[in-house]
Write a protein that binds this ligand. Structure first.
Ligand code: ARG
Ligand code: ZN
Length: 410
């Protein structure tokens, strides 16, 4: 047992030394007074000065390391570009978001037999997987869990199927957590699961749900780096492939990088990554009748439809726009505090980015209602959305799924 203790301590020391800290780093919002601002901001993205967190139509949010604050301020001032500080100390925002469970909640979870899931805090991968397994064991008539493959570090990619066995039911695919740091996404998706299972007796639709599409990245954000986005492929200079640039439709186009050190690194070829490849294989072998393909991300509060690779619209975009608008309306109604979601084509509303899951689902799987939904917020906390917003945000996400479910039946 002494040997055992030593290992535990050593593990701790190792974890500790690999942790990434963000003390003094900031997030700024830049105002696009004119068209040249966007070009200038994109030109310096990831060259060491800052990283773009989110690019909105009128503003762009950038993450700036503390040692670069002075330089970036100078650059922006020289160009007379106005900005505002959104997050004054990123490390503090990370710590604030990592609130431990209350002792009462911890005691409650200890006393439970089945699983540790709840929606007042963000949960690690094991809790989410434990919850999926619990559902499959407890409700075998409606739930089943399947591992559709393994991540690059060998973790299973668990898909939950919820179905009450009606024949010829239409099907909806939902995924979350493609981007590791977008913690609200798996949290909202598991909340949707909870609702669907509770109401499974009336379901007319089959759901196939992958709450954590990037389990290695997700685990890495808990252990080492809260702001990690990509998967965990080891590279020579840098690690990670952006899984939402790795799908095989128009792979390698705009908004993607061939540089492995970039946040938008597309990988060596389409479906080079085990995570995206597993999703492709799953669909190739699935006989379900998919009508909608929904990927949950954060942040910005957008309901986005194809195409993402370029500012073009699919022939039936009006249908997607209409259902999107209906979803946005109901989300606002359910959200409680006047949350507004903007509906639009992905490349026009946000920015062009090729190799996304939505484009692939629409173009090659021919699933009509393909959406990427960017959950809360609009930038106050960005990826570091505090846990008290999980339930309100998840309610909005569920509202969107309800509207889409009813739309595909028409
Ligand atoms: N924020 C998402 C991303 O950058 C948006 C994806 C929208 N879809 C697309 N095909 N570009 O991955
Ligand atoms: Zn994302």
């Amino acid at each position: 047992s002494v040997a055992h203790e030593r290992t535990a301590k050593e593990n701790f020391r190792e974890d500790f030394s690999k942790r990434v800290y963000y003390v003094g780093d900031q997030v700024w919002r830049i105002y696009k007074h004119n068209d040249s601002v966007n070009d200038l901001v994109e030109q310096h993205d990831q060259n060491g000065s800052y990283q773009i967190w989110s690019n909105h139509p009128l503003t762009v949010d950038i993450f700036v390391r503390s040692r670069m604050l002075y330089n970036v301020d100078l650059l922006l001032n020289n160009c007379r570009i106005k900005y505002e500080v959104l997050i004054k100390d990123v490390q503090k925002a990370i710590d604030d978001g990592n609130v431990r469970l209350t002792t009462a909640m911890e005691a409650e979870l200890e006393g439970r037999k089945g699983h540790r899931m709840e929606w007042t805090s963000y949960h690690e991968l094991n809790d989410i997987y434990g919850y999926l397994d619990y559902l499959a064991n407890t409700y075998p008539d409606v739930c089943s869990v399947q591992s559709i493959g393994n991540s690059i570090e060998g973790q299973p990619l668990k898909v939950l199927r919820i179905s009450n066995g009606r024949t010829n039911a239409p099907a909806i695919w939902i995924d979350g957590g493609i981007h590791a740091r977008e913690w609200i996404s798996p949290a909202a998706v598991t909340y949707i699961i909870d609702y669907l299972v509770e109401n499974s007796d009336v379901l007319q639709t089959d759901y196939y749900i992958l709450p954590v599409a990037n389990p290695d990245g997700y685990r890495y954000t808990f252990k080492y780096d809260r702001l990690w986005r990509k998967n965990r492929r080891k590279g020579t200079l840098c690690s990670g492939v952006d899984l939402n640039r790795n799908f095989g439709y128009r792979w390698g186009g705009q908004g993607t990088s061939s540089n492995m050190c970039y946040e938008t690194y597309r990988g060596s070829k389409a479906f080079s990554e085990p995570e995206t490849n597993a999703i492709r294989n799953f669909f190739e072998n699935s006989l379900a009748n998919y009508k909608a393909y929904i990927s949950f991300h954060s942040y910005g509060q957008y309901i986005l439809y194809p195409w993402g690779y370029d500012q073009r619209l699919p022939p039936d975009y009006r249908d997607l726009d209409a259902v999107g608008l209906e979803a946005a309306e109901y989300m606002k109604y359910e959200g409680g505090d006047n949350t507004k979601y903007i509906v639009g084509n992905s490349a026009i509303t946000l920015y062009p980015a090729a190799g996304g899951s939505d484009d692939w689902a629409k173009a090659l799987l021919k699933i009509k209602y393909a959406y990427t939904i960017e959950l809360r917020d609009t930038g106050k906390y960005g990826f570091l959305l505090p846990p008290q917003y999980i339930i309100p945000t998840a309610k909005e996400a569920l509202a969107a799924i309800k509207v889409i479910t009813s739309a595909i039946r028409k």
